[in-house]
Write a protein that binds this ligand. Structure first.
Ligand code: FES
Ligand code: FES
Length: 150
C-alpha cells in the first residue's frame, strides 16, 4: 500500500512501489486528464506537478511521490497561476485536438510559478519537452506571455 496526496486528497493505493504515477492516477484513482503519449519521458503528455515541479508521470514511480504533493490538470485551475494559464489558453484558442494540452498547461504553469516574466528562451527551455502534433506552438507561446501579463 502507498498513500498519495493528489490535488489535496489522500489516496491509499494497493500498487507496487515501481508503478508509474501516471497509471496510479488514471487506472486506480480515475483521474484521466493526464495523458499517456510515449511512456518514455519524450513527449510531455503525462506532465504533472510534484511539489510544484513539472514531472513526467509516465516514468516516475509512486515511491518517489510519497510524502509529496501531486497536482494534476484536474485541479491546476484552482491555483492562481493555473487559472491565469487556463484563461489565456481559452482566450487565444490554443487547443486543436487537445491530446497534448494537459501536459502543456502543467509545464506552462510550473514555469510561470517559478519565473513570472519568462523570456522567449525561458519559455523555449521549459516547453521544449512538450510535443504537439497539431503544431500549436505559436499559440502556446503567446498564451504563456498573456498569462504572464495578466
Ligand atoms: S507519456 Fe510521459 S513523456 Fe510521453
Ligand atoms: S493540440 Fe493536438 S497534439 Fe497538441
Amino acid at each position: 500500500m502507498i498513500t498519495l496526496n493528489v490535488n489535496g486528497k489522500e489516496h491509499a493505493l494497493d500498487v507496487t512501489d515501481d508503478t508509474p504515477i501516471l497509471w496510479a492516477l488514471r487506472d486506480v484513482i480515475g483521474l484521466t486528464g493526464t495523458k499517456f503519449g510515449c511512456g518514455k519521458a519524450l513527449c510531455g503528455a503525462c506532465t504533472i506537478h510534484l511539489d510544484g515541479q513539472a514531472t513526467r508521470s509516465c516514468i516516475t514511480p509512486v515511491s518517489l511521490a510519497s510524502g509529496k504533493k501531486i497536482t494534476t490538470i484536474e485541479s491546476i485551475g484552482e491555483t492562481e497561476v493555473g487559472k491565469r494559464v487556463q484563461d489565456a489558453w481559452l482566450a487565444l484558442d490554443v487547443v486543436q485536438c487537445g491530446y497534448c494540452q494537459s501536459g502543456q498547461i502543467m509545464s506552462a504553469s510550473a514555469l510561470l510559478a517559478q519565473t513570472p516574466n519568462p523570456s522567449d528562451e525561458d519559455i523555449d527551455n521549459a516547453m521544449s519537452g512538450n510535443i504537439c502534433r497539431c503544431g500549436t506552438y505559436p499559440r502556446i507561446k503567446a498564451a504563456i506571455k498573456n498569462a504572464a501579463k495578466a
